[in-house]
Design a binder for this molecule. Structure first.
Ligand code: CA
Length: 218
């Protein structure tokens, strides 16, 4: 297992490197955001430990850049700030987990194991299909650079389509993921909402696949 530690405090960086190496891991250290981006794009790290407060580019910016460059290494943010906003910002910039300083090495190792289990498959923070863009964090949607105003349900449905581009989604799948058990009147709600989305995108943006369901086509 190969780990990148991004930490500008030399003492902590050395401690982490020693501890992780004792666990049998290969450990590289980057002290700046720029160095972190360079290393993480050149080497396929199994885990990145990313400090938030760095000189120059901070951890949020590093994480955004890596995800934009299609680097999907599982990333754990280390933050000294016990601040909800920072944790939210970290996760929304593409981090997978966070740990507030000071932390126990035991917990750090457990989180690293959990991250490695989940793997490094692509998980973009911004969804993009054709000329459609959707940001789950800011809840904004744009089609051909035109911002769309969607209700919560329309947004949820479009997000589901965009997470499975080119796939035919059955009415059952759409119901299962966008509605919950409290919804009683299930007869034609999917068709109604597909209609709403077509009105806001364009008529043939969602294709009807007869007898099966619907497919996003943008
Ligand atoms: Ca720091």
């Amino acid at each position: 297992m190969r780990v990148l530690v991004v930490e500008d405090e030399t003492k902590l960086a050395v401690l982490l490197r020693q501890g992780l190496r004792r666990e049998g891991m290969g450990v590289d250290v980057a002290a700046t955001g720029e160095d972190a981006v360079m290393r993480a794009t050149a080497t396929d790290y199994d885990v990145i430990l990313l400090d938030v407060m760095l000189p120059g580019q901070d951890g949020f910016e590093v994480c955004r850049q890596l995800r934009a460059k299609q680097v999907w290494s599982p990333t754990l943010m280390l933050t000294a700030l016990d601040d909800v906003d920072d944790r939210v910002r970290g996760l929304d910039s593409g981090a997978d987990d966070y740990l507030a300083k000071p932390f126990s090495f035991q917990e750090l190792m457990a989180r690293i194991r959990a991250l490695v289990r989940r793997g490094a498959h692509p998980r973009p923070t911004l969804l993009s299909v054709g000329e459609l863009r959707l940001d789950p964090a800011t809840r904004r949607v744009a089609y051909r650079d035109r911002e769309l105003s969607l209700t919560a349900r329309e947004f949820a449905m479009l997000e589901l389509f965009m997470r499975r581009p080119g796939e035919v989604l059955t009415r059952f799948e759409l119901l299962e993921h966008v509605w919950d058990d409290s919804y009683e009147n299930r007869s034609n709600v999917i068709d109604v909402y597909v209609g709403y989305l077509r009105d806001k995108l364009e008529r043939d943006a969602i294709e009807t696949v007869r007898g099966v369901g619907y497919r996003l086509r943008v």
